[in-house]
Structures are given as structure tokens and as C-alpha cells.
Write a protein that binds this ligand. Structure first.
Ligand SMILES: *Cc1c(COP(=O)(O)O)cnc(C)c1O
Length: 399
């Protein structure tokens, strides 16, 4: 039968997507920002959350939801209780939204002294202006954490593996302090990934990730995710919808694809990181090597208890003898390892800590944080261990 509609109408209103009940083995990318309803009531019901369905992509989006659900399944695999996830446009969007969902004017946060720089900025430059106060404490000292808790404390915050000292958080101990205070325990587990440690199994209530790092793993997509129990994550979703930090569909596809190889990648990165750390420990030009897998690292016992067997993360912090200049010179001499920020990708990258991620701290501030001015953080990629070791060794050795 001929179509009586005009050419432009036919060009827009194409035949509908054929429905089929097979499972595609790759995640479809749903780029639509808006979805049609059969009735005005069906639209109202989805918007009111009284019926399932999609309405507008900032509110919920199938590809972003699939990514968050996949991370929730990885983080919650060992738990009887239901774990759900929320997707975000970046790790900072996830952290901002979780903190705004769980705090408010007049409330208080207990956070680590050496918290990720972006999170520090969020707490000090942004949330403080809205009446949220933060106590930064040495979270390896549980008594100090307990002493920092106040009646108005809204949450306890920690990072599974801290940058750049690679100090491991005492998740069960911190969780007990939060539980005593009756507040949620929020953990940034970016440096660990669920392949190394799943904080929900050790008492965390909400886990956040910069998916830009290990989860995506290829340095080609920015994203974040928060996972936890449905009650808390419902509050997080509401705040996400209001704040607008939703993950885009193309990024969601890339991050979701990264998850398929996450265990392979991270297991390999952990093996190489430990081998590199052990080999560099005895190098004459090296003052110290930080890696939780080293027997000499202050967190080794905790890492053995909390981390999956033999996996201590893919980051190694190397401090050459000679201070700030030696650290910068080490970076300058690297050939295979790129001098670049971020971590968790296929390519190994190095950054001189005192001039980059911790540039706000002077030498006294660095010393207080236990960071040598020469420290170089290396995120181990997927190159062969021998090639990485050869590059680091030549960079340390040349004069
Ligand atoms: C990178 C990072 C973030 C921020 O993530 P973005 O995706 O860059 O917004 C938060 N926490 C840690 C530990 C990180 O390494």
C-alpha cells in the first residue's frame, strides 16, 4: 500500500526497530535521549518511578544502567544481600553525588589525610561552602578516626589503596567505627578494582570508582560508578538525577566492554607490579619502593588479609636517591613508560608525585604526608615485565 505521508515525515518516522527475544553478546548502545509512551499516563508513571521504563537519558539510560549493574555484580558477588549500582560521567561525578546525597548543611565527614586530590578539593572548596565540614585524619589510626566522629557526622570515607604511598585502608576496622556511629562507610576503590578487593565484603556501605582507570582500562573513556545496598543507592540516584552527572551511552559501552577483560588485565598488572617492585627494591639508585605486596610495606599484612591472593594492585611508587631532581630526572629518562597522569590503562605511565598530583604540598607538607619529594608513581600497564624493568632500570642507572 502506498505511504500517503510526505517525504520528510517518512524520513523521520522510519519503520520501528524490529523486536526480537534473543540475547546479543555485545551490549547495544542506546543513544536515544527520549523514549515514546503509548499513553500520557504511562509517561507520568515512569516519571513518578511507579512503573519501570525509560523516559529521558539523564534520568536513566539502558547502556549506562547495564554498565553500573555489571560493576555491582562484580563488587557484590560474594554477598547474600542485593547490590545495585548507579552510573556517572566521571569518578568525581560519582563522589560528588554520593557525598551530596549522604551529607547536608551542618553535617560532617571524616576523611583520610591523604585523600585523592579531587575529593579533597570537593570537600574543602565546594562542600564546605554549603555547610559540610570535614575532619581529615590519619585513617590508619582507628582511635583517631573514632575521636574525629561527632554527633553531626554523616559518613566515614576511605580509599582502599591510597595514592601514592599505597597504604591499604583497614576496611573492617573503619567499618566498625562507622557502624558504632550509625553512619554509612563510603570507600573509593579505584586503585584496587574488584579484582583485588571488594570492600562491600569488608563492611563498606557504598563503593565508588573512577571507571576511567582500571574498569575501562584502555584510557579512552571517562566515567564513574557507585554501588551498594538499594536503600542508599536510591538516594544516590535521586541526587544524580538532580545534579546531572549521568554517564553517556558511548562511554558506557566502552567501560562495559573493559569489564570483560578486567580480571585478565588486573591479574597481569598485579603480577608485573610485584615483580618490578621486588626487582627495584635492591637497585643501588633506589631509596625505597612502595607496593603493598612487598614484605617491607607497612600495609603488607592488611593487604594479605583483605586482597585476593597474590594481588596487590598495579601501582608501584619508586623513590630514587637524590630527592626532587632525581625523581624528575627518572621521569625524563623513561622511554617505554610514558610520563602521564591517570592509571589502570594498557600503557604504563609514570608521574613525579611532588610536581603533579601533590604539587599543592611544600616539602614539609610532603614529609607530613609521608611522601618523599623524589617519589615517582608508576602505573603498570600490560607490557612485558622484562621490558618495563629494563626501562626503569636504565632510567635509574643513567647519570
Ligand atoms: C582518578 C581518580 C578519581 C577521579 O576520577 P575521574 O574519573 O578522573 O573523575 C577519584 N579517585 C581516585 C582514587 C582516582 O584515582
Amino acid at each position: 500500500m502506498p505511504d500517503p505521508r510526505g517525504e520528510s515525515t517518512r524520513a523521520v518516522h522510519t519503520p520501528p526497530l524490529a523486536s526480537f527475544d534473543q540475547t546479543p553478546l555485545a551490549l547495544p548502545v542506546h543513544r536515544a535521549t527520549t523514549y515514546a509512551f503509548d499513553t500520557a499516563q504511562a509517561y507520568a508513571d515512569v516519571l513518578a518511578d511507579t512503573a519501570d521504563g525509560y523516559c529521558y537519558a539523564r534520568i536513566d539510560s539502558p547502556t549506562a544502567d547495564a554498565f553500573a549493574a555489571a560493576v555491582a555484580a562484580l563488587e557484590g558477588a560474594g554477598l547474600d544481600d542485593e547490590v545495585v549500582g548507579q552510573p556517572f560521567a566521571s569518578g568525581m561525578a560519582a563522589i560528588t553525588t554520593v557525598l551530596m546525597a549522604l551529607t547536608g548543611a551542618g553535617r560532617h565527614v571524616v576523611a583520610p589525610l591523604r585523600v585523592y586530590g579531587g575529593t579533597y578539593g570537593l570537600l574543602v572548596h565546594q562542600l564546605a561552602r554549603f555547610g559540610v565540614e570535614t575532619s581529615f585524619v590519619d585513617t590508619t589510626d582507628l582511635d583517631a578516626v573514632r575521636a574525629a566522629v561527632r554527633p553531626e557526622t554523616a559518613l566515614v570515607y576511605a580509599e582502599t589503596i591510597a595514592n601514592p604511598t599505597l597504604t591499604v585502608a583497614d576496611l573492617p576496622g573503619l567499618s566498625a567505627v562507622a557502624r558504632e556511629a550509625g553512619v554509612p562507610f563510603v570507600v573509593d576503590s579505584t586503585f584496587a578494582s574488584p579484582v583485588v578487593c571488594r570492600p562491600l565484603e569488608h563492611g563498606a556501605d557504598v563503593v565508588v570508582h573512577s571507571a576511567t582507570k582500571y574498569l575501562g582500562g584502555h584510557s579512552d573513556a571517562t566515567g564513574g560508578v557507585a554501588v551498594g545496598a538499594p536503600e542508599l543507592l536510591t538516594r544516590v540516584r535521586r541526587a544524580r538525577v538532580d545534579l546531572g552527572g549521568q554517564l553517556g551511552p558511548d562511554e558506557a559501552f566502552l567501560l562495559h566492554r573493559g569489564l570483560a577483560t578486567l580480571p585478565l588485565r588486573v591479574a597481569q598488572q598485579c603480577r608485573t607490579a610485584l615483580a618490578v617492585a621486588q626487582a627495584l627494591e635492591s637497585h643501588p639508585a633506589v631509596q625505597s619502593v612502595d607496593h603493598p605486596g612487598l614484605a617491607a610495606h607497612a600495609s603488607n599484612a592488611l593487604a594479605r588479609k583483605l586482597f585476593d591472593g597474590g594481588r596487590y594492585g598495579g601501582v608501584v611508587t619508586v623513590t630514587p636517591r637524590g630527592g626532587r631532581e632525581a625523581g624528575m630526572a627518572l621521569c625524563d629518562r623513561l622511554r617505554l613508560v610514558a610520563v602521564a597522569t591517570s592509571l589502570g590503562g594498557t600503557h604504563s605511565v609514570a608521574s613525579h608525585v611532588a610536581s603533579t598530583t601533590h604539587r599543592q604540598l611544600d616539602d614539609a607538607g610532603l614529609a607530613a604526608a609521608g611522601i618523599d619529594p623524589g617519589a615517582v608513581r608508576v602505573s603498570i600497564g600490560l607490557e612485558d615485565a622484562d621490558d618495563l624493568l629494563a626501562d626503569l632500570t636504565q632510567a635509574l642507572g643513567a647519570r
